[in-house]
Design a protein around this ligand. Structure first.
Ligand code: A2P
Length: 273
C-alpha cells in the first residue's frame, strides 16, 4: 500500500458480499408480445445445478433492487446464463425487463436453489418433464445437460401453451439439440418434445392433465401408462397446473421427492412477475 493510500482516508464502500452481482445482457430474443428470452454474462463464482432458479432483477431509481425468481434456462456447463420470461404489461419487473438490450446490466442473485434437479429423484427408466407456459424454462436447462441422458433411457418433455407461437422457444431449442456438439448424440432416440395448445387450433390440442387422464399422451408416445417402478416426473407451471398434475402423479402411485428426500416426482411453480 502506498503512503498516500493509508493517509487517514476512509476505505471505499465495499459491495455487499451477499448482494446481487451486475451482469451484462448479451442477447435478447422476443417470441411473442408475452414471451422473450435473454442471455447474460455468468460470473465464474456462480455455480448452480441444471433446473435451479435464482433471483434476477434491475436496480430501482430509489437504489433498492427489484428482484424476482427466475429458472436458469441454460445448463450448468454453459459459460453464459439464459432466462425465459413472460412480459406482464404492468408487472413491476417484467414491464421494464422486457425493454433490455444487449449491453444493459441486470442483477443476478448469488444463491441458486430449487427442487427440479436430477438429484431430487430416485433412479428410473423414463423421465417426464411436464410444463406449461414459462414453466418450460428449467427444462430448457435440463435437456441440455448430459447428466439427464446418462440417468434415463427416455426423456419426454411436454409443453402446453395457449397458442402455437408460444411453443416457439421449446420447439426451436429441442430441434437444435440434434446438432448440439455436447448432447447431440445423446438426445437421438431418447428425447421427445410433446406439445399441445389449448386456445388455438393445432395438430394436438388439450391441457396436459386431460391428455394424461384420457391416455392420449401415452398412446401417442407408444409408452405404458405412468408406473412408479419405471417413471419419474418433474412438474413446472402455474400453481393450479402443478396441483392438478401432482394429483395425477399421486393417483398413479408416484411419491413426491425433494433435495432432502429424493423420490419419484418433484414440483416447482413457474415464476412470473
Ligand atoms: P387453458 O388455455 O385451458 O387455460 P398460462 O399461459 O395461462 O400460464 O397457461 C399455459 C397453459 O397452461 C395453457 O394452455 C392453459 O390452458 C394451461 N393450464 C392452465 N391451468 C391448467 C391446469 N390447472 N392444468 C393443466 N393445464 C393448465
Amino acid at each position: 500500500m502506498s503512503a498516500d493510500a493509508s493517509a487517514g482516508q476512509a476505505a471505499p464502500a465495499k459491495a455487499n458480499p451477499n448482494g446481487p452481482t451486475e451482469e451484462t445482457v448479451l442477447s435478447v430474443e422476443h417470441y411473442t408480445d408475452r414471451l422473450f428470452r435473454f442471455r447474460t454474462t455468468r460470473p465464474q463464482s456462480f455455480r448452480f445445478r441444471s433446473g435451479e432458479f435464482v433471483m434476477i432483477g434491475l436496480p430501482k431509481e430509489d437504489g433498492k433492487p427489484l428482484l424476482r425468481a427466475y429458472s436458469v434456462a441454460s445448463p450448468a456447463w454453459d459459460e453464459e446464463l439464459e432466462f425465459y420470461s413472460i412480459k406482464v404489461p404492468d408487472g413491476p419487473l417484467t414491464s421494464r425487463l422486457q425493454k433490455i438490450q444487449p449491453g444493459d446490466k441486470v442483477l443476478l442473485g448469488r444463491k441458486p436453489t430449487g427442487t427440479l434437479v436430477l438429484d431430487a429423484l430416485t433412479p428410473g427408466k423414463r423421465l417426464y418433464m411436464f410444463s406449461t407456459g414459462t414453466g418450460f424454462a428449467p427444462f430448457a436447462s435440463l435437456v441440455r445437460d448430459p447428466d439427464t441422458y446418462e440417468r434415463y433411457e427416455q426423456v419426454i418433455v411436454t409443453h402446453t401453451c395457449r397458442d402455437v407461437a408460444e411453443l416457439t422457444y421449446s420447439r426451436t431449442l429441442i430441434d437444435s439439440l440434434t446438432s448440439d456438439p455436447l448432447v447431440g448424440e445423446m438426445v437421438e432416440g431418447k428425447l421427445t418434445l410433446y406439445t399441445s395448445t389449448t386456445r388455438e387450433h393445432h395438430e394436438r390440442m388439450g391441457r396436459i392433465t386431460t391428455l394424461i387422464e384420457n391416455g392420449k399422451l401415452f398412446a401417442d408416445l407408444g409408452v405404458p401408462r405412468l408406473d412408479p417402478a419405471t417413471d419419474r416426473a418433474m412438474i413446472c407451471g402455474s400453481m393450479e397446473m402443478i396441483q392438478d398434475v401432482k394429483a395425477l402423479m399421486i393417483q398413479a402411485g408416484l411419491t413426491e421427492g425433494s433435495n432432502a428426500a429424493p423420490a419419484e416426482f418433484v414440483i416447482e411453480k413457474a415464476f412470473a412477475g
